[in-house]
Design a protein around this ligand. Structure first.
Ligand code: EPZ
Length: 424
């Protein structure tokens, strides 16, 4: 059933909003269940579409997934019945590629199509870093018609240098190397907090990983992993996006709770420059109305730099700031295309090239009929609609609900006029 959001903008936003568990941490923990016969419990799991797809993947591979009475989801090994990753699920989310290494390690074979996910890169988002890494660990690779078959009697430790800093690539090879024979050294690794959280959990269940959160990670292979509970860290992208929504709306005091402000230092450095009034607590952020916002350029960067996933929300914020700002998206080729929708809403945005736009502000935004192109851009259109004058309709909201749990309900808690309706 297709659904859309209907938003009447310019309501005053104030009060508290809770941040959920991080999607991009949650998706990486499900495949770990393929590496152990002990139960794994996941708490603070966001109820989002991508996590449902990850659960379906484990079910299809023969595992049991159920919600316990106390809350956490529990995954139990029943049988490893299949070496094919179901194409319909792989097409739906890119993190499905995380299942490849563990399945290869436990079955010696895995067959899968090129993974799907948000269309934010030119063509399909590549997985060459994963494939090269598995090959170095001893896998034989066959590729035909966009489908991959990997086989390996056993996986060995290897020295791997990532040509590109890749978040899921780092997580995938780090996880797979846990049961490989010998030592694996990963260099030029991504350093996102989700990677350290995954390594901490793997170490708690018996792995030997050193250096996660730095560019060099060493994994000493062990014979087996145990079970345990993984509490998902708060979603820093949600926390940052809600902070920017509150700043752009500039109408009341908003407190964002259950978050980890330390994971957003690049955003606070920008807030200092542009004049957002904010206060950080241990696990909360308070945003108060500011007299005036001043435009400031931004360039996306791997962690701890300014996250590409926060770029769309920052672009909307800049439509409300005084002056010109250059938004430079360095990670993806197609992540500025959504600015066309902001222009339709009244923003003054000039595209310099696929990686750079100039925003001239402040401008009023007006409600329009729009379609969510992908997860973060879709959330950003919601944000733009909330500060725009009049009514906005946003269709294709599956893309938004892939990553944000009960978004409409939580935003209504701040005073937003947003409802979800069926389109047929
Ligand atoms: C993760 O994607 C996140 N997704 C993305 O969030 C996020 O935008 C991205 O990291 C960067 O922070 C998940 O964690 C599930 P990458 P990931 O591999 O790991 C290129 C969201 O909205 N590359 O770090 O897939 C790649 O094309 C999503 O929540 C290769 O060339 O990103 C990109 O340009 C969107 N070859 C760059 O590296 C490879 O084999 C960084 O991508 C792998 C990646």
């Amino acid at each position: 059933m297709d659904q859309k959001f209907i938003i009447n903008g310019q309501q005053s936003l104030a009060g508290t909003i809770q941040v959920k568990g991080a999607k991009n941490a949650a998706l990486k923990i499900f495949p770990v269940a393929l590496l152990t016969h002990e139960p794994i419990r996941i708490s603070n799991l966001p109820e989002i579409e991508d996590c449902r797809r990850a659960e379906e993947m484990l079910l299809a591979l023969g595992h049991e997934v159920k919600k316990t009475k106390l809350g956490p989801v529990e995954i139990r090994y029943k049988s490893q019945k299949c070496v094919n990753l179901p194409a319909d699920l792989v097409n739906k989310f890119r993190a499905s590629v995380m299942f490849v290494g563990p399945l290869l390690a436990s079955c010696g074979e895995v067959y899968f199509p090129h993974p799907g996910g948000c269309v934010i890169g030119a063509g399909t988002r590549p997985i060459d870093e994963f494939i090269d890494g598995f090959q170095k660990m001893g896998a034989k690779i066959e590729v035909a018609e966009n489908k991959y078959r990997l086989t390996a009697k056993k996986l060995n430790g290897a020295k791997i240098f990532f040509r590109k800093m890749t978040v899921t690539g780092t997580e995938s090879l780090m996880t797979t190397a846990c049961l490989a024979q010998g030592e694996t050294i990963l260099k030029n690794c991504a350093m996102e907090p989700e990677i350290s959280a995954l390594a901490d959990f793997l170490n708690r269940i018996g792995a030997k990983i050193e250096g996660a959160g730095t560019p060099n990670i060493k994994i000493s292979g062990v014979k087996k992993l145990g079970g345990g509970e993984y509490k998902i860290i708060p979603d820093r992208i949600e926390a940052g996006t809600f902070s920017m929504l509150a700043a752009a709306s500039n109408s009341g005091k908003v407190v964002i709770q259950n978050c980890e402000p330390e994971h957003l230092e690049a955003l606070w450095a920008l807030f200092d420059k542009i004049g957002v009034k904010y206060k950080l607590g241990k696990d909360s952020i308070e945003i108060s109305p500011a007299k005036k916002l001043i435009a400031c350029d931004v360039k996306t960067h791997e962690y701890p730099g300014f996250a590409t996933d926060l770029q769309p929300a920052y672009t909307v914020l800049m439509t409300q700031a005084q002056g010109a700002s250059l938004i430079h998206e360095t990670i993806y080729d197609r992540r500025l295309i959504f600015t066309d929708s902001l222009t339709q809403m009244g923003a003054n945005i000039i595209m310099a090239d696929p990686h750079r736009v100039v925003v001239n502000g402040p401008t009023k935004l007006y409600g329009r009929k729009l379609m969510s192109p992908d997860l973060r851009a879709g959330m950003t259109l919601v944000m733009a609609a909330l500060i725009a004058q009049g009514k906005t309709e946003i269709s294709n909201i599956y893309q938004i609900e892939r990553g944000y749990e009960k978004l409409d309900e939580r935003l209504r808690g701040l005073g937003a006029d947003i409802k979800k309706v069926s389109t047929n």
